[in-house]
Design a binder for this molecule. Structure first.
Ligand code: UDP
Length: 516
């Protein structure tokens, strides 16, 4: 099937298709943080380009922040079938909604959002004065545990979207077994370098220290553990599983996951896939090509673009880009160690110090004065960067990252080797894969000291293993681009997802999606 037919149907089928499409209404509901909103909004755009009506449900706070971006507004204006709707998140306005507040976010959603979510699904799903057709399919973030209960209760098909990697999904699935066998909680003084035998395909390299951070809990029954066990139990209750990954990057993990959830759709990297589809459909519609990549931003913070001019003035592969994403927190002491490590490496650096990143720093928004002043010689600090544009810039030679899954994929896409210093959740698993499996970087988890940082940065930029890491990064970049190209695996998986959503919507109570 050619691209025109895939996205617009044949001439003769268009009229019938339009009638069918008008009855399909997908509601997409992400967990309300940047790293979940970004890929799920990209999926919302893709489904809307395919002709479905899509409602993207976010919380008031994120809704306001999203719409304050001219770039998001411009994109939404191009998608008449995509509607944004917002509901409260149950938190006070001044709640920082950072990585230390996840439980509060979960509790807030349960208390304030659940009843409204049920109401939206039970009613017409109306989001405008004229109302809207009923929701025929839900794509919900796997972290919103109640979504599957409500959808089941109302007989609406629901698909799980997990925004983490396939490898971390698999590691999470083993948490109940790790608890039952007494490996979790880790005993005082236990050897964190000991291999974990129970995650299929990872027996030879996944250590205790590489497990999701919540495995370091002191109890098998604390609120996080209870939440995770609920999420794991839910995994098989959906009609399918969407992952922002690709067959090439995570083939082994995906093979294991399909034993549990046969209808698994790896459609990543979603940014790249949206670019492909946008350029194909824009061409069909007679427009002058797709939207340029920089216009795909979904940042909740205002991007400081001065860093692009700063990078323009830097030699090729001379800069270390440092970012810890949207949720991580650093102690002032850790920030200082990192800074010394970067300065001692001798390389220039561009560092995102998000407002609130440093929990006990000095003045100037939490950045100790020593760091702010000393950085002028060596680098640039910004509050929030246009990350994908930065990573694509020829001046960037290394990405010092917290190994959030979006950042990991974006680093792969750009072909930039990484130094990984994971903060929490799935990040320790991702960083292990970077260091040991994909080999496109160095994993220095649990070692945030200046000597280790300096050594790792030097190694990636110009050390003995540097060429191997750069070659691996370049190969990954090439392969993930192929996956999202027309006819690539992610492209085909998206077509399959669209077909299955259509079928589910038209046969609400019949199980479909039997392809594996
Ligand atoms: N990001 C950005 N500018 C920044 C820092 C981060 O645009 O200065 C984006 C980054 O491109 C990624 C997201 O924020 O898409 C962070 O998601 P990730 O999964 O890497 O980490 P999380 O924030 O969930 O910990």
């Amino acid at each position: 099937m050619g691209s025109e037919e895939a996205w617009h149907g044949t001439q003769s089928s268009r009229e019938t298709a339009a009638q069918v499409q008008a009855t399909i209404h997908v509601l997409i509901f992400p967990f309300p943080v940047q790293g979940h909103i970004t890929p799920m909004l990209k999926l919302a755009e893709l489904l809307s380009i395919s002709g479905m009506r899509v409602t993207f449900l976010s919380t008031h706070d994120n809704h306001r922040r999203l719409l304050s971006s001219a770039c998001v507004r411009a994109r939404l204006a191009r998608r008449p079938g995509l509607h944004l709707r917002s509901i409260p998140d149950g938190l006070s306005e001044d709640n920082p909604r950072d990585g230390s507040r996840l439980l509060e976010m979960i509790e807030g959603l349960d208390a304030a959002t659940l009843p409204l979510f049920r109401e939206i699904l039970a009613s017409s799903g109306g989001d405008g004065p004229e109302g809207a057709p009923p929701v025929t399919c839900v794509v919900a973030d796997g972290l919103i545990l109640f979504a599957v209960d409500v959808a089941e209760e109302l007989g609406i098909p629901i698909i799980n979207f997990r925004t983490s990697s396939a490898c971390s999904f698999l590691a999470y699935q083993r948490i109940p077994e790790l608890c039952e066998t007494g490996i979790i909680p880790f005993q005082d003084g236990c050897d964190l370098d000991k291999l974990v035998a129970c995650v299929p395909g990872m027996e030879n390299f996944l250590r205790r220290r590489d497990l999701p951070s919540f495995c370091r809990s002191n109890s098998v029954d604390d609120p996080y553990m209870r939440f995770l066990k609920g999420m794991i139990r839910n995994s098989t209750r959906y009609r399918g599983l969407v992952l922002n990954t690709s067959e090439f990057v995570e083939f082994a993990a995906l093979t294991q996951i399909r034993r549990l959830v046969p209808s698994t759709y790896p459609i990543g990297p979603l940014d790249g896939l949206l670019q492909t589809v946008e350029s194909l459909t824009s061409a069909v519609e007679g427009e002058a090509g797709g939207v340029p990549p920089s216009k795909y931003s979904t940042s909740l913070w205002q991007e400081d673009r001065t860093c692009i001019a700063w990078l323009d003035a830097s030699p090729p592969s001379s800069v270390v880009y440092v970012s810890f994403g949207s949720l991580a927190l650093l102690k002032g002491e850790q920030l200082l160690e990192l800074w010394h490590g970067l300065v001692n490496s001798g390389y220039h650096f561009l560092w995102v110090v998000r407002p609130g990143l440093v929990v006990d720093g000095g003045a100037d928004g939490g950045v100790p004065e020593e760091v702010a002043a000393g950085t002028e010689e060596r680098g640039l600090l910004v509050g929030w960067a246009p990350q994908q544009e930065v990573l694509a810039h020829p001046a960037v030679g290394c990405f010092l990252t917290h190994s959030g899954w979006n950042s990991t994929l974006e680093g792969m896409w750009a072909g930039v080797p990484m130094v990984c210093l994971p903060y929490f959740a799935d990040q320790p698993v991702n960083s292990r894969f970077v260091g040991e499996v994909w080999r496109n970087g160095a994993d220095i988890k649990d070692r945030c000291d200046r000597a280790t940082v300096e050594k790792a940065v030097r190694e990636v930029m110009a050390g003995e293993r540097g060429p191997e890491m750069r070659a691996a990064a370049a190969n990954l970049s090439e392969m993930v681009r192929e996956c999202v190209g027309e006819g690539g695996t992610s492209y085909k998986n998206l077509e399959r997802l669209i077909r299955d959503i259509r079928a589910m919507s038209l046969n609400r109570n019949q199980k479909v999606g039997l392809h594996t």
